[in-house]
Design a protein around this ligand. Sequence first.
Ligand SMILES: *Cc1c(COP(=O)(O)O)cnc(C)c1O
Length: 225
Amino acid sequence: MSDAVQRLQAVKAEIASAARAAERDPADVELVAVSKTFDAAAIRPTLEAGHRVFGENRVQESAEKWPGLRADFTDVELHLIGPLQSNKAREAVALFDVIQTVDREKIARSLAREMSAAGKKLPVFVQVNTGDEPQKAGIAAGDVEPFCALCRDELGLDVRGLMCIPPVDEEPAIHFGFLATLAARVGLPKLSMGMSADHETAVAFGATHVRVGSAIFGARTRAVA
Ligand SMILES: *Cc1c(COP(=O)(O)O)cnc(C)c1O
């Protein structure tokens, strides 16, 4: 077994026990394996082991890696978890199955336009800047309600839930609890939160999607945006 497959199984077991500890059904937590910076050869063993849900943060890198892998594994579900530029919206809609990073009106409008042109209605998440960090993408907490209304009612996007990346130097649990409260307020069932270091905490706070990279594929040697 490859190291990545062994670690993948370990992460799945951690998620399952965190779910049971929170009296949740482990099947209600989707593990999004974050394969950014790793090449197709590194990803392939996890596909052969049966994993199908992956996250990537760049359109260009995904366009290079995933069409080849999808030819062999047709039921892959690929999530965009990185910032999107309007001029990449068409390519993103063609490549990805879920867009987790709808973080401003311009992107919401571009995605709506490209999805309707492509005859697709991809599930999306609204990214929330729960730590109110000036450099970080995401909708301000106070704007989540009107922004979700715009996405759903005016643009017809299939908004499933909220996504956040807590500030590195703060207790993640506070942000996970806050995101769960916001999602309940706007009536959204899905929560994408928790990464390698804190996915079990996220599950305790109701995460339906955890995004785990280095705990599966190992440390990234290339810096990412
Ligand atoms: C890279 C990345 C992850 C995975 O991070 P790890 O700490 O390696 O698990 C999760 N979410 C987003 C948005 C990322 O960019």
